[in-house]
Write a protein of this length. Sequence first.
Length: 747
Amino acid sequence: MSNYRFRSLLGLVLLLVLSGLVWSLPATAQTDLAAAYTGRAEINGPLPVNVALSTAVTTPGQTILLEAQLTNTTAVAQSPVVRFDLPASFRVVNNTLPSAVNLNLQTNQMTWRPLLAPGGQTAISLPLRVETADLTQPARAIQISLTHEAGQEDQQQQQTALPVWVGLPPQIQRVMVQTQATVGQPVQLRPELIGSDPMRQTWYLGDGRRIDVNHPTVVFPATGVYDVRLDVANPLATTSATARITVVPQPVAQFDLADETLAVGQAVPLLNLSGGKPPLQYRWDMGDGTILQGPSPAHTYQSPGVYPIHLTVENQYGRSEAYAVVRIGEPPIADMEISPSAGSYEPVVGQAYGDDTVIGYHWDMGDGRSHEGERITHHYHRSGNYYVVMTASNEFGDTQIGRWVRIDQGTTYLFLPLIMQDEVAESEADPFALDLAPVPLDAPFSLTAVPEAELLPATDRLLFYINEARSRFNQPPLAFNGNLSAAAQHHTADMARFAYTGHTGWDGSLPAERFLRFNYGAGYAGEATAWGFEHAYEAVEFWINSDPHRPIILNPAANEVGVGYTADFNAPNVWYWTAEFGNSRAAPPAPLLRLGQPLAESEALITADLTYSWNWPLPLAADEQFVLYLYSGRDVLAVGRTSQPTLDMRYTLSLNAYEWVTRPDEYAWRVRLLRGTQTVAESEWRPLTLLADPDLPTPTPVSPTPSPTAPPVTAVPTSTPTPTQPAATPLPPPPTMPPLVTATPQP
């Protein structure tokens, strides 16, 4: 019986108790969190400015008072300009603004232009209403700038910021703790919260201990009934909730394996999580005839096979047992061949060899770059000696082989742009792809460098030449947009960093999704990428002469553009350019939850570890998470959860379906984004065929609701491969549960 099954049985003792949910007076934690928001800012100098808010920590629906005072300490009259850039959630309440104050409703920018006599002073007072709150970014600032005459011909500008916090008070939905635990057993304290970060948790354990840690794991050293209190504070307020835990003396056997697939000679990572009133007696049956004593013994297996581990814990109050299965194998047998020498910029070819257990090859080329795959081609840009390490991996460990490669000074090559991905095929896989009419070109298009433009930064040069090209086709110029430029720069740097070219990002993101990620709240009008061109005008010339790119550059619906540029001589094509085109008059595309791997109609052994991946363009709120579902033909099972991306917009979960289903059959999987219990987005169902594992000795029953395990630890064993594999040991009968009072967990 697997340790997953045992942990799921232990889960029956979880009973969620939530009582006494009340608002309390501001606590020390709340005061500390709010200390950064003083509500005051000043600009010093000959024209000092003092700005104060009635409160800098607020919530939607409140009205706060902004007061500003300006003093002229010079001997001459002054007419300065004080500008207030208000957060988007703030609105000026008064319909009639004070004298010398103007308000731009589109930019939410307020300008104050007083006239001050020598030694004079003036002030304004404005009520501001807080309309909305951003739960993911409650910390904001009012940007304040002062511009005044510093001399007869000079102007001086000074700036400062007044931090504000606009959010929601914390609320404790429930406190998830075990109602019953045993002495010495680790207990996880975790609440479900809503509200705006930062939220600080303070736990009072009922035995005089106080813990200022979020989601702590604690141990109770003595039996008894403990009333645990949780205080949760953010800069706005503090709230409390209580739960009761009964600590009993009976033993509970529980352990975890940090890695369940190990190599011969590798130490078994046993993590003992057992509890009970001392003294405790531990007996470990390691499944290979070895019996060990003590709470955390060390053990290594000398032969490959499948071994059941059986832990028995006893004290004067009873006895408890736990089981787990560990698979012992050998790292792969592998070798490599690689060109021993080459010139700079010349191809270096590597070939890896390995046995049937190899699941992947990784190449470290010694110059900071790497490749994946059985056969690779690499270009070194500088002469020298490089040590190349090829790592062949299987589920039991790694085998590393190294070779030296000598790179001589070779011929310097001109980097030419190569279209590495088919534009049409890529657009067909893009649900946001544009359907633009072809733009005819009667003769090859040519651009030459403009001396004045060449003095500009690279991105400004790209913007200049894009508008120059559009003017020749009677299209209006495009306005610069900072959000689009952030998206363009991110993609440009991504291509150089990960040594690829095209419109699909290394994280699987599509151009329109990058528009959403970088907060461009308008229509998608296309993306153009180029690489290998040193000069901006060469990239634009290439785009206009390219049939797929020309309609994008000349798109009449586009009225804004963002530009990105990266030069990296360690990247394959050195120079990378990206232009993102937007339509401020159109609505933004709706975000899609797109599935990645496994592909539709994929097949895999039911015992195989599969990685499920998907893309979502928007950052997750604090209370949002993805849930992965597996449809067995009868039941829909929630088999995994995550809220952390693997890379930018890509999320992954690696799991073994055999922990939830044991029958080979046709299945389906999907991903759903939840905010609390509300569905924000969900994918389609994708079919997946799980095949019988011919090497599986005996089906192991597994609970449908296992607890998550720690990530696998991969090690490089040093043992000599042993060709002889003993027969697998049959699994033991189900364990006997300790005499604990149990209850069914609440959903």
